[in-house]
Design a protein around this ligand. Structure first.
Ligand SMILES: [Zn+2]
Length: 73
């Protein structure tokens, strides 16, 4: 059975030995997965873990244990 590779549209053999199926090669499989992952990162309004980490870096006092009373006086 032959199928068209979703990435490069080239005919490839659909067999048990082809671990990249339905892609013709591992490379085409990774390309397709990469495009899928990039789309996932562009969803608007979805805060990432990286965003939260950068907030802590910009505010070193954040959670540093400084008593609030000292800061008021
Ligand atoms: Zn391909």
């Amino acid at each position: 059975m032959r199928v068209a590779c979703p990435t490069c549209k080239k005919d490839s053999e659909w067999s048990e030995g082809n671990t990249s199926r339905p892609f013709c090669s591992e490379r085409c499989k990774l390309i397709d997965l990469g495009e899928w992952a990039n789309e996932g990162h562009t969803i608007p309004g979805t805060p990432s873990i990286e965003a939260f980490e950068s907030i802590e870096e910009l505010n070193p006092e954040f959670g540093d244990g400084i008593p609030s009373e000292d800061r008021l006086h």
